[in-house]
Structures are given as C-alpha cells and as structure tokens.
Design a protein around this ligand. Sequence first.
Ligand SMILES: O=c1ccn([C@@H]2O[C@H](COP(=O)(O)O)[C@@H](O)[C@H]2O)c(=O)[nH]1
Length: 487
Amino acid sequence: MADERKALAIKLYEINAFKFGDFKMKVGINSPVYFDLRVIVSYPEVMKTVSDLIAAHIKEHQLTAKHVCGVPYTALPLATLVSVQQGTPMLVRRKEAKDYGTKKLIEGLYNAGDTCLIVEDVVTSGSSVLDTVRDLQKEGIVVTDAVVVVDREQGGAVNIANKQVRMHSLFTLSFLLNTLLDAGKIQRDTVEAVAKYIAASQIKGDGSFVNPQRKVASEFSRTKLSFEHRATLAKSELAKQLFHLMASKKTNLCLAADLTKSEEILNIAEICGPYICVLKTHIDIVEDFDEAFIQKLRSLADKHNFLIMEDRKFADIGNTVSLQYGKGVYKIANWADLVTAHALSGRSILQGLKAGLADSASDGRKHGVFLLAELSNSGSLIDAKYSEAASKIATEGADIDFVAGVVCQSASCFHFPGLVQLTPGVKIDDTVDQLGQQYQTPEHVVQERGADIGVVGRGILQTKCVEKAAALYRDRLWAAYTDRIAK
Ligand SMILES: O=c1ccn([C@@H]2O[C@H](COP(=O)(O)O)[C@@H](O)[C@H]2O)c(=O)[nH]1
C-alpha cells in the first residue's frame, strides 16, 4: 500500500496533477505549488488507483455511511467510482439551486437522519468541504467524515474538525514532497521553499490567515531561480536539456542565423558555436538548401554543443502542421531540436506537431516547441488576452511535456519556472530597424523583461568581427542573468 501510494504520488506529478512554480491562488497570495486534479479524468488507470485507495481507506477505517457525496466538481467522478465500487448510493450537491422545478441543492434519494461521507480532491482552507457539509446538513443529513485526496496542510483539517467532521487524506503535501525528493524528481530547495510557504500561510476557518503580518512570498518567482533549479521543475525534456546546457556552457545567447546561403550559415555556426546555446534558422530563406547542409549543421551543433531551433512559426490546423513539420523539402522534424509555433489555432497545434514527429528520422533526439505569446515588432496585433491564452496552452493540459518555452517580451507573460523565455529583438544599441523591429539591450531584456535567452541576429551578423560580437553578447546576457538571480 505504501509503495502504491508512492507510485501514485509520482504519477500524479508526471501527469501534471500538481506542479511547482509561482501560482495565483483563491486565498489571495501566490503559492509555490499548484494542484489541478481535474486532469486525472484523462487517465483512467489513475482514476482507478485513486478511487481504489479511497475505497480501501473507507474500509480500513470503517467509515460506514449510507451515502457518498463528492464536492463539486473535480471530486464528482471520484465519488461516482467509489459509490459504484462500494454499492453506496450517491448524493449530488449542486453549486447553485435550479431556478425551476424542485429547486433542490441535493439530488438523490435520502431521508433526514441519513449519514453521508464526503469525497474531495484537494483541501486548502477546507471551505469547499464545509460548503458541502452545510448544504447536506440543511437537509438533515449527518456528516461525520470526509476523505480527501490531497491535504495541502494549510489548516483545512483543523477547520473541518472544528465543525465536527473528521478529515482523512490519502496524501499530505509533506508526503508528496518527500516522495518526489526520494525519487530524485525535485530538489531539496523545492521542498524547503514549499515547507516555508505552508508554515507561513496557515488559514483560519473564516478564511483569514493565522499570521497576517508574516510576509508570505513565493520563492518560486521564475526570474529569481537558477537555470539548474528550473531544470528540475521543467516538464519538457527539451527544456531540461536546454537549462542544463545553458548552465554548463554559461551562455544564454541564441544566434538568429538569418542568412540566405548554406555556406554562410555553416561558417557563422562554426565561429559562433562556442558562444551560443541555440542557433535559430529560418530554413525557407536558404537558397541552396540540401541534405548535406543539414548534416553539416547538425555535426556543428554536436561539436559546439548548441541546439538548433527552426523559427518556422507554425500556425495552421493540426493536420497541415504535422505535414509541414515532418514532410516536404525541409523535413524539419528530422533535424531541428526546437521549433516555434503560434498559438492561434489553439491546442491542436501541439497535437499536430507531435503527430509530425511520428516517422521522423532524428536519431532518438528529443524535440520541443516554443509557443509565441508576444511579438517584438511595433504594431503587432497580439494583445494581452491573446498572450494570456497562449501562455495557458503552454502551461496547462496533456501536451505541456512538449512545450519547452515561450517566445515573448515580458516577464509577466507566464509564471511557470519550468519553461524557458526566449526574447528576440536584442541589440546593444537599442534602436529600431526600418521594418518595425524594436530592440532592447541585453540587460533590459533579461532583468526587466524576464528573458532567459536573448535572440541576437543582425547585432552579431552585421559586425566586422562576428566572433568578438558573439562573445560580447554572450558575456552581457550571461552577466545580466547571474545578476538577476543574485539580487
Ligand atoms: O517576436 C519575434 C519573434 C521572432 N523574431 C525573430 O528573431 C530574429 C531577430 O533578428 P534581429 O536581426 O536580431 O532583428 C529574426 O529571426 C526574427 O524572425 C523576432 O524578431 N521577433
């Protein structure tokens, strides 16, 4: 049983039922850990394990009740499984009474005096469980116990006990943290930062903080964390690889190799390779593209340890994107470690790109995508609502293991520290070009705008000595990053 719980804890982390970062919470302060157990409905085997564990807990503690009721909405499917498995009739609590017909808040057959067990997914202050207790009690139903999947240990158990209801949990947050630590999934820093937050943010029954004066700051603001630490929080293998590469090579410079002859690109890659973490291409501007060029570029990437990003900015429906990625003249999936994509067509862009990988010949290399949430040029039609929606696609849902980062211009664009922010429009003389490109200095993009990687094209390509320029941009971007995390 203990091993089964540990395996489930790791599985829940892997399917993003919880993650670490800097998250805005209902209770009014940011939290370094966020649970979203809604995702488990997409994993029938996880649903089964969770409901089996709830049923086993009920049996072990002899929590005999005439009914079972899930707290709406996430716990409803879990309560349904428990009800069917145990042969215990279910009650359904509506969040709002219907404004027609019976206007009932509690659906199902019951009598005053019946007992009911509550099932809930996550408890913070306990208020959602207590709302359900209140509505059941209004009908004369007796509630003595609630089984929850996760207790965030912020006072919920005490608040619920103060209303004469015992709370049982499958997992406490401490158990989850220690299990992930033992399994090498997170670092001790993460455990300590979360523990500090939990200790400082205990919540009373009325929803106020036990210790309102105490400063409760999430230590997971992504711009304050080192790349090494963020690698441990990343969900995408490519993001992990990129964070490690940047940390070991001490560079966060991406070179935009916007040149039209393959020989020129190979030449610049050979010279600038030692200074960069990513070489970005626009393959459709290369006039003499062929397979030999790609092979040479890949061997330079291996020689100098940089990743290749094709800045294709995919934007079509899933099927077309899968063909554009894997087929055609360029067969991008065969050679690019990373690609960029617009979020315009929604989540299907990620599914389309994944499908495009199906028969790519990439020698077992991993792949990742950077979603575009903001553009650097003046007059872009992207607004705040669009950026927010794009960053949601990058941070929520089943395909986020494929998203390595976000292309954007501001630190507020996303908060999850496991993603890399790539920011184009970097030049030491922060001017504009004749076609709307807007430049910022390396220090400004890293320290004010949250960039992890600065993209430099013409700032390097149009200088007399590209190697000197690459070294200068590497030094300034890296110093800006080390200053940022030291502050
Ligand atoms: O918002 C964006 C997204 C991508 N880019 C690309 O970055 C480089 C910038 O080149 P510079 O010569 O440094 O201006 C280029 O490849 C763009 O396609 C961007 O500029 N802005």
